[in-house]
Every structure is written in C-alpha cells, then in structure tokens.
Ligand binder design. Structure first.
Ligand SMILES: [Zn+2]
Ligand SMILES: [Zn+2]
Length: 119
C-alpha cells in the first residue's frame, strides 16, 4: 500500500501522474481524494472524490453536534453539518425554533432539511 506516501503529494508527483495520463486537460487538475487519500484525475472539475464509493462513504460520515433548541446531542451527516448553521434533534425542536425566530416559509423549509431524520 502506497497510500501514506501519496498523501504527502508533491509537485513532482503530480507532474509524474500527468505524464502517465498523457497530455493534461486544461480545466482538470489531479487532486487528492479526501476520503481515501489517493491522487486521481477527476472526470469533471466538480468531482471531489476518486470514485462514487468514496463519495458516498464520505456522505455517510457523521458529525456529533447539539440540538439548537434543546441542546440534546445529535448526529448528522458531515455534508449537512457544513451546509446549515443550526441543527435539531427532531421536528418539534425545529418548528419551535422556526416559530420563535418568526421565520419565513422559505427559511423554515431549509430548517426542515437541516436534520437528517427525525428519530
Ligand atoms: Zn477515494
Ligand atoms: Zn432538540
């Protein structure tokens, strides 16, 4: 396994990969998969992970945080954690806070999305 060595990716290494893969496509740079640490050439510029498997693995990674309303510990997907500022243990806490803040419908809908599953 060479993964450890590849995590500390150097300019030379990137250049070597470029040579291996032929002429570089201008828009796409080789990048490091944040999930498994492998250097890969993305098919599209928005690809963050080397494969679908790594992408969904990363999605499944969870973050422990606290309910914005009641302070109960909650576990949410990492992607969601970065996407929303507030998280809730469940629907009642979410609507309580939404009402309290006098939120508009649109914002309230975002709050609905801000927790994975009502336990
Ligand atoms: Zn990967
Ligand atoms: Zn709560």
């Amino acid at each position: 396994m060479e993964i450890a060595a590849e995590v500390g990716v150097t300019r030379q290494r990137v250049a070597a990969i470029r040579r291996q893969l032929g002429p570089p496509t201008p828009a796409v740079e080789p990048r490091l998969c944040p999930q498994c640490g492998v250097v890969f050439l993305p098919q599209a510029n928005r690809n963050r992970y080397c494969s679908q498997a790594c992408g969904s693995l990363a999605q499944r990674r969870r973050v422990n945080t606290f309910c914005y309303t009641c302070g109960l510990p909650v576990e949410i997907p990492r992607a969601q954690f970065h996407r929303y500022p507030n998280h809730f243990c469940g629907r009642p806490c979410r609507s309580k806070m939404a009402r309290k803040l006098g939120m508009e419908r649109r914002i309230e809908r975002e709050f609905v999305d801000s927790f994975a599953r009502v336990p």
